[in-house]
Design a protein around this ligand. Structure first.
Ligand code: SAM
Length: 213
């Protein structure tokens, strides 16, 4: 059984897909109360209730990892597979946002990777983002796959990147898109943003575990 921790959970798109695939969502975190309430309405049952934390993510990753371990010790039986997922906000990395601040966009991605590094004893992790050139260049060393969502049954043309233990999804029947959607221009070239390379790169426990993926 897979036990999911969903960070930046929003109203629960990722959680719901995981639930439908047989996972149990044990913790969902977001700073947006209304979205979290929707998540709670969908993921609270007598047999499997999920914890909901309404708070700002991005602080000390080690301290947050300690809190996650407490949740795991309370909610995951011995032998359970713990999956840690984060989908930090994409507005500041999305090419469609001409006023994006990529440094700010990368901040919570970097925090997510640092957190995963702190939680390296968990069994798998994923970080989801918009497939921005700056992001892909900054974290090219972390295993990832880019998905064209329209060929995986999702009614949108965006490309998303998933870092970590991302599956090779089956390509479904191509969904016909309206002509206007096909005119969307390619992402802007790199905006010259410089970001620190994450600790995951250099021989950390997470990097070692992911070697060979
Ligand atoms: C990409 S959306 C999440 C989508 C969601 N994972 C899903 O599958 O439906 C990003 C979420 O991050 C939340 N968020 C942005 N900055 C945050 C922060 N510093 N701490 C906690 N949540 C944050 C937003 O409220 C938003 O719900």
């Amino acid at each position: 059984m897979i036990y999911l921790i969903d960070l930046f959970c929003g109203a629960g798109g990722f959680s719901e897909g995981a639930r439908q695939s047989g996972a149990v969502v044990i913790l969902a975190v977001d700073r947006w109360r209304a979205a979290l309430d929707v998540h709670a309405a969908n993921h609270t049952t007598p047999s499997a209730s999920c914890e909901h934390w309404c708070e700002e993510l991005g602080g000390d990753p080690e301290a947050f990892a300690t809190r996650l371990r407490h949740v795991v010790s309370r909610r995951v039986p011995p032998g359970g597979h713990v999956h840690l997922h984060a989908s930090p906000p994409c507005q500041n990395l999305c090419g469609a946002n001409t006023r994006r601040r990529e440094g700010e966009g990368l901040r919570l991605v970097e925090w997510s990777f640092k957190l995963m590094e702190c939680c390296a004893e968990f069994h798998s992790f994923t970080v989801e983002q918009v497939a921005s050139p700056t992001l892909l260049r900054t974290y090219e060393h972390i295993p990832h796959r880019v998905y064209d969502m329209s060929v995986h049954g999702v009614p949108q043309i965006r490309k998303r990147v998933i870092f970590g233990d991302a599956p090779m999804l089956p390509v479904l029947r191509q969904i016909p898109l309206p002509a206007r959607a096909l005119e969307v221009p390619a992402l802007e070239p790199l905006a010259g943003c410089v970001a620190p390379r994450t600790l995951c790169a250099v021989g950390g426990p997470l990097a070692k575990r992911l070697e060979g993926m």
